[in-house]
Each structure stands twice: as C-alpha cells, then as structure tokens.
Design a protein. Sequence first.
Length: 598
Amino acid sequence: METMTDDATTTAAADAASITPPQPLVPAARPLVVTGGMANLLKKTGLFNSSQIATLLQVSRREGVGITDLVIREGLVPEADYLQALSDASGLPFMRLSSVAIEPSVIEKLSAKVVFQYNVIPYAIEAGALAVVTQDPFTLGLADALRIAAGMRIRFVLATSVDIARAAKKFYGVGAETVARMIQDDRIEVVPEDILAKSDIGDDDQEASIVKFVNQVIWEAYQERATDIHFEPMENELRIRYRVDGVLHPAPLPPQLNRFQAAIISRIKVMANMDIAEKRMPQDGRIGLRIRTEEIDIRVSTMPTVYGESVSLRLLMRGQSMIRLDELGMCADDNAIIAKLIHKPNGIILVTGPTGSGKSTSLYAYLREINTPEQRIITVEDPIEYEMGGINQINVRSDIGLTFATALRHILRQDPDVIMVGEIRDFETAEIAIRAALTGHLVFSTLHTNDAAGAITRLVDMGVEPFLVASSVEAIVAQRLVRRLCPNCRQPETPDHTFLKSVDFPIDELGDNPLYAANGCEKCRMTGFRGRVGIYEMLRVDEKIEAMIVDRASAGAIKQYATGRNLRTLRDDGWLKAIDGTTTIAEVMRVTETVEVE
C-alpha cells in the first residue's frame, strides 16, 4: 500500500486498437472528498490500518477515484468482503443480485443513461423512497443526482460492481445507454462508411453510436465466451442471440432496437468488406479484431429473410492455445489407440460429427502430438482456425479456384508426410485424399455424419470405390461436445432407477456413486455449466469390416458388428462422463438422442 500506481494510461495505450468495455456517456460523479467521517468509517470496517486509510483517502482525493474502486484496483480486499464490512460499519444493507427480480415499474424510475453513468440499479420502492443499489454510496452528489432523476427520495443498498453490471445488462439490455442516446436525439443514423469501416474499437468520443453499439455486442459476446452471435430480424424486433457452450442464449436488449436494424447490419457488412447495397443475396465475409491481447477472426454470413437480413458471426480465437491430445476427454483406451494411429506412416483417420462438435479441435490436437522437425505437415482449411508453428497451412479460396481438391493435387507435389484436409465435401476431394493415403501419406480429415459407421457409407455414396475405402481408412472417430458441470455449484442427486433403465444407463457401473445435476452460481453465470468436453465413438477398421465395406454392407450392419466387438458408442461414452460427475444424463441425451434413439 506504500505505492499506488494508476495503470489506466498504460492500458489505454496498449488497447488503442482493440475492443474495450463500454464507457459511460458522461464523466462519472466525483468521489467524496476526504472527511473525518469517511476515515472513521474505514476504520470501523477493521480491514485497514491507520496508514492504509490515510493513503486511501489521499490517493482518492488526488486522482479522483472512489474509495471502493481504489480498494479493488489495489487488490487490498476482495470487493464483496469490503462491501460486507462497509455494510456492517455503516448500517447500509449489502446484497447479491444474482437471482433478484426487479419490477418493471421500478426499472422505469431511472433511465439507462443514468444507470450506466453512475453504475447503479434501482431495486425497490419502499415507504416512498427508491432503493438504489450502488458499490460506492459516498460519491459526492450521487444521492442528489439520483433524486432529481427519479423524482423521489433515495436510499442506498450495497452490491458488487459485477452484480450491478450484470443486473444493468439484464434489465436494460446490452448497449442500452447507446440506444437511449440515439432515441433521445430522435435520429436513425446514416453513418459515413469511413466510420462504419473501422475494424478496431477505441475510446473515440466521436465514434458513431451504431458503431459503438455493435462494438458493445461483440464485447459482451467475448465476455460470455460465445462462439457465435446471431442478429435475427423478427416482425417487431431485432433479436440477438449468443451461442455459449453450444447452447443459444438471447441477449437482453433495449426496447426499440429494431429502429436501428438497417444501420446495425450495414455496420457489420462494411466491417466484413461486403456489399452494403446487396440485400437480396447471401454474402460471406471476414473481420479481423483484437480484443485486448486476443486476436479474433470473425466469419460473417448474411442471409435475406422475410423481415430483413439475418447476420451470423462465428468467433475464432486465433491466439487461443490448442489443447493437447490427453485434454480432449477421451477414455484411456481410446486415447491409447488414437495416440498409436496418428504415428502410422500412411492411411486415413476421419473425424465425424455435425458443425460445432469440436472436429477441428481434435484434428489440431492430433497434429500437435506429431508436429516435429522430422515431419513435413501441410493442411488445407476453410478457414484456418488455429495457427500452428512448424506446419504449412493453406487457406481455401473458392473465389480464385483454390478449392480443397485443387490444393490437394498440388500438396502431393510438396513432399508431405502428413496432410490434413479440413473437410471432405465431394467425390474429387475424397478420391485424392484416399489415393494420397494409399501412396504413403497419413491423412486427417472430417466428414459430416451422425456416427462413425456412417462415414464409410458416405464415402461410398460420394462415388469412391468400396475397395479404396476399405484399403485406406484406418479409423473413424465420431464425436459430440457436452457441457461440463460447473465444479463450484454442481449438486448430487438421487438417481431414478426406473428412468435410468428406460434409457439403457449402465446402473451397475454407477455403484454407490451419486449423479450430479446443474445448479447455477456466479462463476457459471447461473447456467450450472462451464466449458465443454468431448464424447467419442471410435471405429477401428479391421479385416472383417474391410470385407463388409467391399460387400457394400449398410452402416447399421457395420455398427452392429463393431458393437459386438466392444465398440463404445457416443451415448456409452457419455454415460461414463455422467458417472464421473463431468456432465449430466440430460446433457448426454441432448446431444446423442438423434444418433442413439431410433
């Protein structure tokens, strides 16, 4: 506490070309000037000695920083602990806003502009006074400003800044202060293209409001760990949804946002170098952004609908560290098999599953395991999702004729040891990949099929000769992603054995172990889940399966044979992860029901 430094200037310079959190519309009110009463109050908390209190008050006065913000910035005490102690010392109630319901009539007492400017949230009306939640009730002029804005007496309640920010987004919507300003000005902006085209996000006060709103949506999605953002025009609203851990969540939005629908979509299209004037045909584009130190590629897709253009953004973290093979979540047996297969000198290893099932992540984990100076590895992808040192990566560009098939033909002249094809989509790509495997190359690729056995019939249906498939394919790994239970709040539950029997759950393997259910806490944003893990179905192609392929056996017959040889299906692997407390029965059924239930 001897020396306090303000990192705001340094941070702002480092993030000048990056997405930054939304800023208040006007400067915040000044913190309370040093008083003997404040010193006594800090002393009563029992958290600080006399020297620390003197320094806190001195720095607060000199830098214009609130005491609460200063305590948090310097890491002296966790914010919740400080506010609880302040509550005990001052008599102001302290509460958590995680699951609080606030009446719309109360929310209407303060505008979005006031709420985001002062970082407060109206909570309740009691005895003719408006209870307002704040993290720092001692800010000079705060009570008067809120009294004038609400038109009634104010009493304060304490809560953490994180709780207040979440409540503000929940009840007012993402970017509410920006939309409120545009509505107040009674304008639907026609934003100059040079402003719209800015692909970085700074703190420019002249930044167009539409630009700022789009930035806030992207920032919010990044904080929520979203992989996709969907802008969906409805009849009377513009809906925005985030996909987090594979599940869509509607974003809370301010009212009347649909008034600015055209400008919002135009902003995104210009960022992605799309044609703003073309609204009748689908378009694809890409945006490159930096959020703090994280490099992000955003794939943009537009699609005309009845009520306007629907826009989807896929967020790809380029700087994200790739996971290792042993972090994929495979059981020990499957992990040992794949670790052996990826060191073979030739053959094809296929990974199957729907979009968003983690296929690319698995392929990169395989490549990371065998990426050595002795191996020449070349990939052809659409797009390149992770940049890996030591590997030659090619990005497909269909607009100039650089397709998977074209790239593959030329890759074979580059003396590769290992080839990774992002996806086998057609006969030409499949045939070249198979012939590469038969001529001494190890090939990794993906297919969109429901299970492992289905990949074999898919290749044959594309036109590949069955004997070529039988000779080249070494193994097929089908996979899905299930949400991980939040370890902080998961709750044991007594299993219903009747239900478990109805879904063929291996009750004998459960023993005395409990199953777990999702609960919800602040760490998982009340969802009960945090992150995802894979479930797998690995099919080894042995001599019997080779013969079945040549005889054009059905996928069902191949799977039935493999199951008799101890094939662990997707659902079987999911049950094991439910037994060990990684996920829930319902989550396993959600991602496997179309595969396992007939």
